[in-house]
Write a protein that binds this ligand. Structure first.
Ligand code: DGJ
Length: 343
């Protein structure tokens, strides 16, 4: 009788027990499955990070299983974290549309979303590479969406060819003076464009330069440290990895000086070294808050045959005399940024 009462009591209390959460992470393991608070592999490919009011927001392409995951069926996924190791699923920030007439209809291509915060309008602005459904990579447009809250919901506004130019892989950068720029692979991916945005960040302002002419760069990512601008990109070989290239400039408008491949070491998981960027392709350079000279280069390891299984390679950026290096590490934590430079 006593046992029955105990069983009934525990059963009735069971719903109060906290749901099992995955163990807290305290290190990065590039290439491993990276689980969110629900124990699911994070689904935010080709992504970028926004830091806002103490929280990091990670936005990226939500991919589904199989080859079908190479086009957009869900939208842009958002995750939140305070420590960069543990991520909470914040849902779909920008869903694809079920309206076949929409630019962002289910089956269009939505890649490399990046979000920046506009202090003047107090809005979160997302730009992404958009390809119209059924047209392969021919449309070469940029899409823009806007939200009141960091995690969305984002409202899709428009798509166009920025500066009347083709635009595929892209990223955004906000400078210390609040001016924002879009960097995009243009001219059939041959030449990169750097384009100033309007003060509300919703459109190109009309000032644009062509850089790395005919160097065929994709996957641009940029950061600023001590007044200098550092850049990384890949070559063009579809979903297959190639060799990364770095560059530095004293101003966003240049002159940009190429520095060669910044990668050092080998990923033992696939035996790929610098000439294949450890199997990855750059997507964003993240500045870690509260630490000096702490930047993380984020790469995607694409798995186009089962797109949802794409992995993340995050590695620390080590600044050298003129440029920077990105060294492979099987496991590392933010403590690397506390070590004196050169160690
Ligand atoms: C490489 C680009 O960097 C990716 O964003 C994606 O567009 C693939 N090409 C498609 O092949």
């Amino acid at each position: 009788m006593k046992l029955l009462a105990f069983t009934i009591l525990t059963a009735s209390l069971a719903h109060l027990a906290p749901a099992a959460e995955p163990a807290k992470l305290s290190a990065f393991e590039p290439g491993a499955l990276w689980l969110d608070n629900n124990g699911k592999h994070i689904n935010a490919h080709g992504g970028g990070i926004l830091f806002h009011n103490g929280v990091y927001y990670w936005y990226g392409e939500h991919k589904i299983e199989g080859d079908a995951g190479n086009v957009a069926h869900v939208g842009v996924h958002c995750y939140e974290s305070r420590d960069l190791y543990n991520w909470k699923d914040a849902g779909i920030a920008l869903p694809v549309s079920q309206d076949p007439a929409s630019d962002i209809t289910d089956g269009s291509i939505i890649e490399r979303p990046k979000v920046i915060y506009n202090k003047l309008t107090k809005k979160f602005v997302m730009w992404f590479h958009l390809e119209l459904k059924g047209q392969g990579y021919n449309a070469a447009r940029s899409g823009v969406a806007v939200a009141e809250q960091a995690a969305g919901p984002f409202k899709y506004l428009k798509s166009f060819r920025p500066d009347d130019s083709m635009a595929r892989d892209q990223t955004l950068f906000v400078d210390d003076d609040g001016k924002a720029y879009q960097l995009y692979a243009s001219e059939g991916n041959a030449t990169l464009h750097i384009s100033l945005l309007t003060d509300d960040y919703l459109a190109p302002a009309g000032k644009v330069i062509r850089v790395f002419e005919k160097r065929e760069m994709e996957a641009p990512a940029i950061c600023k440290r001590d007044g200098r601008y550092y850049f990384i990109a890949s070559g063009c070989s579809g979903w297959d990895p190639n060799d990364a290239r770095a560059a530095v400039a004293p101003s966003i408008w240049g002159p940009w000086k190429e520095l060669g491949n910044p990668c050092v070491g080998t990923n033992p998981g696939n035996r790929m070294g610098p000439n294949r960027t450890f199997g990855g392709q750059s997507t964003y350079i993240l500045q870690v808050q509260g630490k000096k000279d702490a930047y993380i280069c984020m790469f995607d390891l694409w798995r186009p045959k089962n797109a949802i299984d794409g992995r993340y390679l995050w590695l620390p950026v080590k600044f050298t005399g003129e440029g920077f290096k990105i060294e492979w590490s099987n496991q590392w934590d933010l403590g690397v940024f506390d070590q004196p430079a050169g160690s």
